[in-house]
Design a protein around this ligand. Structure first.
Ligand code: PGA
Length: 244
């Protein structure tokens, strides 16, 4: 099982990042059943790498080229060389605020897989799409980037994160029954290999975390609750209890 902490654009200095990381590390023993991955902002990755004990690090994005004249970008090779194993791609906040398109995400995904990172590809419908009964259609469009034959060689490293856009940071999590329905849709998609882990994200907390695992998800992508060490530790302990 995967538990991914997406810190987004937080905290605002390295000392606070190290404090949060140390609190989380102190509260959780490395376990065989649960892989904990922390995704801090790029600039805190080096500082946290020095301290990581039994924890994996991930980035929240990467560029589609391995190096070159791309001002401001961070390449997947840089992340890999830094000791990062995972990278979140296609998060809805990047799609919304940075204008990331499926085409851009497809290019990032291809390079990330090529350099040996494990991409956590985020997909999910908007509220409007859900209200108009277009969930299937929306997800199909986002998943079409997996059709690319060039991805096939490394696709076994892919992780899919179902994150309904309306459930992210809203304290309105998707009903686990509805999430389970979407999970079945994703598992039946022609471009999603059956062995790819699918995780859930969107207003996960210590009260609802285990419901998504019961619904069949193989992990969680946690934003807000991963910035609160006590809550994050509680989530992991709840999952450990249910897993043993
Ligand atoms: P949230 O964010 O847990 O704060 O809803 C999840 C995410 O954006 O990955």
């Amino acid at each position: 099982m995967l538990v991914v902490g997406n810190w987004k654009c937080n905290p605002d200095n390295l000392t606070k990042a190290q404090e949060l990381f140390n609190l989380i590390q102190k509260g959780i023993k490395p376990s065989e059943n649960i892989e904990v991955i922390i995704c801090p902002p790029f600039v805190w990755l080096i500082g946290l790498k020095m301290e990581a004990k039994g924890f994996k690090l991930g980035a929240q994005d990467c560029f589609w080229a391995t190096k070159g004249a791309f001002t401001g970008e961070i390449s997947p090779t840089m992340l890999k060389n830094l000791g990062c194993q995972y990278v979140i791609l296609g998060h809805s906040e990047r799609r919304i605020y940075l204008g990331e398109t499926n085409e851009m995400i497809a290019k990032k995904l291809k390079t990330a897989l090529e350099v040996g990172l494990k991409p956590i590809l985020c997909i999910g419908e908007t509220l409007k799409e859900r209200q108009q009964n277009k969930v299937n259609e929306a997800l199909k469009k986002q998943l079409a980037i997996l059709k690319n034959q060039n991805l096939r060689s490394n696709i076994q490293n892919l992780i899919l994160a179902y994150e309904p856009v309306w459930a992210i940071g809203t304290a309105k999590p998707c009903d686990p029954k509805d999430a389970k329905e979407v999970l079945q849709i994703l598992k039946c998609n022609e471009f999603v290999p059956s062995y790819i882990p699918v995780i859930y994200g969107g207003s996960v907390n210590s009260q609802n975390a285990k419901e998504y695992i019961k619904a069949g998800f193989q992990g969680l992508l946690i934003g807000g609750s991963s910035l609160n060490s006590k809550e994050f530790i509680k989530i992991i302990k709840t999952l450990e209890k249910n897993n043993s």
